[in-house]
Design a protein around this ligand. Sequence first.
Ligand code: BT5
Length: 257
Amino acid sequence: MEQPEIVENAGLWDGRLLTFESLPSTNQWALDNIGSCLHGDVIWAARQTAGRGRFLRKWLSPANRCLTVSVVIQPESPDDFMVKTIAQTGALAVRSTLEKYSIKAMVKWPNDVLVNGRKIAGILAESESQAGALILGIGLNVNLVPGDLSCAPLMQPATSMAIEKKRTFDMGDMCARLLSELETMIGLVARERESFLINTWQKHDFLMEKRVEVRTHEGTVSGKYAGLDKNGRLRLIDDAGQERLFWTGDVSIIKEF
Ligand code: BT5
C-alpha cells in the first residue's frame, strides 16, 4: 500500500494532512487506519478508485479534478450536537468555500451542494464506533470538465467549479481553503448550535417552500418541506398535515403543473 506524504499542522485544528496519489476511498482508508489517526487528520487522495456515496453508491472522482478528502473527528461525546449535524455542517462549509470564489451554491438536505440545481459536491459522514471517531468525507468537483461523469448515469445533473467559472483552480489552494472554512463552520455550529445551523441552512436552502418526496428504505412520503429540526433532521408536513422527521433519505422536488 502506498505511503502518504505527511504534513504536520496542515489538517484541521492541529491535525496532519496525509496525501496519497491514489486510494480506493479516503473514507475507507480512515476507517481502516483509525488506530493511527489523530483528531483533525485529513486524508486526501489525488485519485479515488472506489469512492463511495451514501447507501454504497459510487462517487466518481477523475484524477486531480475532484477534491476528495476525509477528516477524522474524535468528538468529546457520541451525543455531541456536532455528531448529529456534521453532514449539514460540512455542506455549509463547502457552500461558503464556493462563495469565496464567487460561485453561488445552495445546500440540499441531507448532504448535497448544488449550483443552479446541479450537484457540485457531496458529503459522506460515517462513524467508527470502537474508536468513537467520525469520518467526514467530502467530494468537491473542482476541475471536472463536461463529459467526465458521462460514464455513469447520475441521479441528478452535475457541475464543477471549472464548468461554472470557465477556468481551472489549484487543488492545493482549494483544499487549504475548504479546510479553513470547515474549521470555522464546525466552531460556529459548536458554539451557536441549532439556532445558527437552522438559520444558516435556511438562507441557502434549495428545497425551501417546495413540495417534495422523501424516499427511505421504508417507503416514500410526499408533502411540504419545512426545513431542518434542531438535530439536523428533515421536517416534512405530509399530505395529512402531520409533521414527519427524517434522519436519512433521498429527496426530490415534486414538479407542480
Ligand atoms: C454523496 O452520496 O454525495 C456523498 C459523496 C461523498 C464522496 C466523498 S469523496 C471523499 C470521501 N471518500 C469516499 O469514498 N466518499 C467520500 P450520495 O448522496 O449517495 O450521492 C451519490 C450519487 O451522486 C451517485 O449515485 C451519482 O448519481 C452522483 N455522483 C457520483 N459522482 C459524482 C460527482 N463527482 N459529481 C456529482 N454527482 C456525482
